[in-house]
Design a binder for this molecule. Structure first.
Ligand code: 3H9
Length: 689
């Protein structure tokens, strides 16, 4: 008995209960008493069967991630599961909430698993840059077959109880009092008599004939892994289960785990795990939240429609407002079509589609927004238009309604000042497509009240978004750093790099696509319009736009696209244009290496991040990482720009920025004081650490 593990008797059945809030992680202070309790019960003759259950909201959700990187303390998870398998009496895991990672591995050490109907089971270690290290890759294929195990372990996505039952992962699914039903199950099983075969000895689903199909699927998954090591290690380890004796496969899994856990990629992904949770913590978290039962969205274009879908996907009823009946019908038709595509792809059931569509109410009348608790505008990005919209909202919104602007750049303080209720207004900067992208920059204006902020952070999590609170400045965190990243791109072209070379450096780094391909996808006309509004120019991009080359949508931009395809092809005309513009400026082309491209794009971006921290536009460096990974495709295996800066070496970054500043005199290379401070203290907060 301990504070974390206790045993109760129900006749012949002993129930061992783990109670380690909030998620019953298998910390050392749980493993040690759990081991002791199991050894005692194994040897206690009056005990006929053992149930492992958990208190609180969930079964064990994994190993304790905070212990990784510290010296291992025995018993480790492997020893615990191995010991479980020495028990001759039936052992049953009673799973409610989530059985994840080490939690599912513990359950796989039992002879049987029973689950509550709402339970979810999975091995998500890959998302932490790891593979399951407690025998999961070796035992799961023995229950569900190698192909299913491969898909579960490489994706890291948990499955529901019904699917787990069908796959053979659980033996029974129950409604109601799970522990009581697990005890009955254990009693009945014990009465039937053994011997009971541990999972490690069940080999009937391990058929060597599956190897070719397995290897084919593993190759497909490896292709999607880009530069990440963990998915490859996961696939290798499941393959070992198929080809090696159990103990050898377990030892190989352990070796792979030890290697990954010490590597930079897993450190980066573990950093992101905690960073995302940290980002949702805001000062004044104890304030009462406002109730959000219905949301209004103004504008049914790409952005507004996506935002409306994001709310409906989270189960929140939406009133969608457009200026004209035609625009409204067009918007609703697009939403309908998007859901229909999801049904065809198999990611949404027909029933769920109907339910979601049922949450929409369309209108062209502002008065219909009167019952909304939150109203988000997604209209044209122009201050006068925004002010007009909020003026009308002021007249119809009920007192206490939260007003949000989806602006990407405009001054949220100025928008707030144009209403009679600035305390109720903030920015909700969704990323396109808003129904898919996880990031939500929540822009806190000067007068935004703490309860408004807390309500929107909670709502964001409710609809599955990753919220990050940011302050008011041009472009907030993400777009402001994007501008710094892109400041030298045109110059690089003029000096001799071609779009495909720059993009290749980015994809080699781990980005899903490079900046030129991204501009083509977003539409070059958007940047062109913004530049014109700000009196700015861009030599190459402006020339392309003047010729009507707006990117993918016109079949040409920095690349050409054949027959409506999305595959970018190098365009000799664009390359000639670049050379001509360079010659016109007297710039002789030279060979530009990958290092230089990184130094002149990613280093300025880190520098801008340092300024953002100093100005308190972001509360923490890790918030910036969350923005970039979830909104802009910064490679997860590098942990976000600010984490990556430490891997790259802040001293080196400063030295090269100084070099480029001397060479060019450009402001974008002027080293920010906070960056120098980081080099001195080793911490973005300014304190030594
Ligand atoms: C593993 O198992 C390796 C093994 O194969 C091998 C070992 C040898 N450890 O997410 P929430 C904290 S790797 C430590 O906001 P929710 C979390 O930081 C692990 N702490 O709740 C937060 O703390 P705070 C494989 C953990 O209800 C608090 O709990 N397992 C852990 O939205 C609440 O978390 C996973 O990867 C942990 N394992 O979601 C599962 N998990 O309040 C990771 C959570 O101070 N966990 N915390 O910010 C999850 O996916 C979600 O937490 C879960 C609940 C779905 C369970």
């Amino acid at each position: 008995m301990s504070d974390f593990v206790s045993t109760t008797r129900h006749g012949n059945v002993a129930v061992v209960s783990i109670d380690n809030p909030p998620v019953n992680a298998l910390s050392f202070h749980v493993r040690e008493p759990l081991m002791q309790a199991l050894v005692y019960l194994r040897d206690e003759p009056s005990v006929g069967a053992i149930v492992i259950a958990c208190a609180g909201r969930t079964f064990v959700a994994g190993a304790d991630i905070t212990e990784f990187g510290k010296p291992a303390r025995q018993p480790d998870l492997g020893a615990l599961v191995a010991m479980l398998e020495t028990i001759a009496k039936p052992t049953v895991a009673a799973i409610h909430g989530t059985a994840l990672g080490g939690g599912l591995e513990l359950a796989l050490g039992c002879h049987f698993r029973v689950a509550d109907r709402t339970a979810r089971l999975g091995l998500p270690e890959v998302k932490l840059g790891l593979l399951p290290g407690g025998g999961g890759t070796v035992r799961l294929p023995r229950l569900v077959g190698p192909l299913k195990a491969l898909s579960m372990i490489v994706s890291g996505t948990p499955i529901g109880a019904a699917e787990a039952l069908a796959a053979g992962l659980v033996d029974a699914v129950f409604d109601g009092d799970l522990t009581a039903q697990a005890v009955s199950f254990a009693n009945e099983t014990a009465a039937k008599g053994g011997p009971f075969t541990p999972v490690r000895d069940r080999n009937d689903r391990l058929d060597q004939a599956d190897l070719p199909a397995f290897d084919k699927e593993a190759a497909v998954l490896a292709g999607k892994a880009r530069s990440l090591e963990a998915p490859i290690a996961c696939a290798q380890s499941v393959r070992n289960a198929l080809t090696l004796p159990c103990d050898e496969a377990l030892a190989a899994e352990r070796d792979l785990f030890v290697k990954l856990v010490a590597g930079d990629q897993s450190r980066a992904q573990r950093h992101l795990f905690f960073a995302e949770r940290e980002a949702a913590k805001i000062a004044g978290k104890d304030v009462a939240r406002r109730k959000i039962a219905r949301v209004g969205v103004i504008g049914a274009g790409t952005m507004g429609g996506g935002i409306a879908m994001a709310f409906a996907n989270g189960g929140v009823p939406v009133t969608l407002l457009e200026a004209t009946h035609e625009a409204l019908q067009r918007g609703l038709a697009t939403i309908n079509k998007n859901y229909a595509v999801s049904v065809i792809r198999g990611s949404l059931s027909e029933d769920a589609k109907r339910q979601r569509l049922g949450l929409f109410k369309g209108s062209t009348d502002y008065a219909d927004l009167a019952d909304c608790d939150l109203i988000v505008e997604a209209v044209f990005e122009e201050m006068a238009v925004k002010k007009d919209v909020f003026g009308r909202l002021d007249a119809v919104a009920k007192p206490g309604t939260i007003l949000a602007t989806n602006t990407s750049y405009l001054d949220v303080n100025e928008i707030a000042a144009s209403t009679s209720r600035p305390q109720d207004l903030l920015g909700m900067h969704f990323f396109s497509p808003a129904n898919v992208m996880k990031l939500l920059e929540i822009v806190r204006a000067e007068k935004t009240s703490p309860d408004v902020l807390a309500t929107i952070v909670d709502l964001a999590r409710r609809i599955g978004k990753v919220p990050v609170v940011v302050g008011v400045c041009h472009g907030f965190v993400g777009n402001r750093m994007l501008a710094a990243r892109g400041a030298e791109l045109e110059t690089l072209l003029l000096e001799g790099a071609m779009p495909r070379q720059v993009d290749q450096v980015f994809t080699d780094f781990g980005w899903p696509m490079g900046p030129f391909e991204m501009s083509d996808l977003a539409g070059l006309d958007i940047g062109w319009r913004n530049r014109k509004a700000r009196g700015q120019t861009a030599v190459i991009a402006d020339a392309l736009c003047e010729q009507g080359h707006f990117g993918q949508k016109t079949g040409s931009g920095f690349y050409r696209y054949e027959g409506g395809s999305r595959t970018p092809l190098p365009d000799p005309d664009v390359e000639a244009l670049i050379r001509n513009k360079a010659a016109g400026r007297g710039v002789a082309p030279r060979a530009i290496g990958a290092e230089e491209i990184i130094e002149r794009t990613l280093y300025p971006m880190i520098n801008e991040g340092a300024k953002i921290l100093k100005e308190k536009i972001a509360a923490r460096a890790s918030d910036i990482d969350v923005v970039w990974v979830n909104g802009y495709g910064f490679p997860v295996g590098k942990g976000g720009p600010m984490f990556w800066a430490s891997l790259e070496g802040v001293d080196k970054i400063i030295q090269r920025l100084d070099h480029w500043h001397q060479q060019t005199g450009k402001d974008v290379f002027r080293v920010a004081p906070r960056l120098r401070q980081m080099a001195e203290t080793g911490s973005w907060d300014g304190a030594a650490g």
